[in-house]
Design a protein around this ligand. Structure first.
Ligand SMILES: C[S@@+](CC[C@H](N)C(=O)[O-])C[C@H]1O[C@@H](n2cnc3c(N)ncnc32)[C@H](O)[C@@H]1O
Length: 251
């Protein structure tokens, strides 16, 4: 399934992200958390891969903070936007299910439920095996605390930037196997042309249980789990908004 907001509509992704989150520029808080984690768990993190980093919201901030960052994503459109905004950013086009990059990094990040876009067990095994063998120090994963989600959900969101007004209608169903099937309708008003457009979109997400993630990483990795983008918020299944596992290599 090709989700338009990551592909041909990727230039609208930052506004869509802010609209559905109800927060403007939240990637700054998320990136500050990522940097706090780097400092807490490792003496020196220099090279990072941003797995499914999209248009580069975190990559851009990490690049500006002085890190050597590579953005990996399956959307060529998203990568071209990231590269246009940050000509010095390294980008790699590819899919998690088949990724085979012959390069090591100190750390990996995979933000905003992006790990949930793998739908085969073989694909997940490839994704986590690659991380285990190519990441030298630590890995930050991040998914919604799906344990708290209702089986059905409906919400309408409104957002705006200097160029567009956006309305997003979101409906999802969550199966017993933690597969979330979402349908979106976007109503987009272009402030320059005065035109309105209505676009249907959809995505599936396969959330992954913490125990399963531990299995993928095996005994050579330690784990601490945060429940939000804050070093003081440890994960609590009943209350936390996020599941943010940090895997770090045992010394
Ligand atoms: C929800 S967006 C998150 C983007 C970014 N991490 C953020 O927090 O803003 C998911 C991203 O993952 C990418 N993606 C989805 N499935 C993928 C896959 N199987 N392999 C590589 N990238 C994938 C999409 O193209 C999209 O850019």
């Amino acid at each position: 399934m090709k989700t338009k907001i990551y592909e041909n509509l990727a230039e609208l992704f930052p506004l869509w992200r802010e609209t559905t989150l109800g927060k403007i520029g939240h990637e700054k808080e998320e990136t500050n958390f990522v940097i706090d984690i780097f400092k807490k768990y490792s003496e020196k993190i220099e090279t990072i891969i941003d797995l499914g980093g999209g248009v580069g919201l975190h990559s851009e901030l990490l690049l500006k903070a002085g890190y050597d960052i590579t953005l990996f994503d399956q959307s060529e459109k998203a990568l071209s936007i990231a590269k246009k905004n940050n000509p010095n950013l390294k980008t790699i086009h590819g899919s998690f299910e088949t990724m085979d990059i012959n390069q090591e990094y100190d750390a990996a990040i995979c933000m905003w439920s992006t790990l949930s876009y793998i739908f085969s067990e073989d694909g997940r095994i490839n994704f986590y095996n690659w991380q285990k063998t190519h990441i030298k120090k630590l890995i930050i994963l991040d998914e919604a605390n799906f344990y708290r989600y209702d089986k059905k959900f409906h919400k309408i969101y409104y957002g705006e930037n200097e160029n567009y007004k956006m309305k997003v209608i979101r409906d999802w169903e969550l199966t017993d196997k933690n597969l979330k099937k979402t349908k979106f309708v976007y109503e987009i008003f272009d402030k320059k042309t005065g035109k309105n457009e209505t676009i249907d979109d959809a995505e599936n997400e396969q959330y992954v249980e913490i125990e399963k993630l531990k299995e993928y990483f095996g005994p050579k990795w330690d784990l601490e789990i945060y429940g939000d983008y804050n070093l003081n918020c440890y994960f609590n299944k009943e209350e936390s908004p996020r599941i943010i596992p940090v895997f770090f290599k045992k010394s």
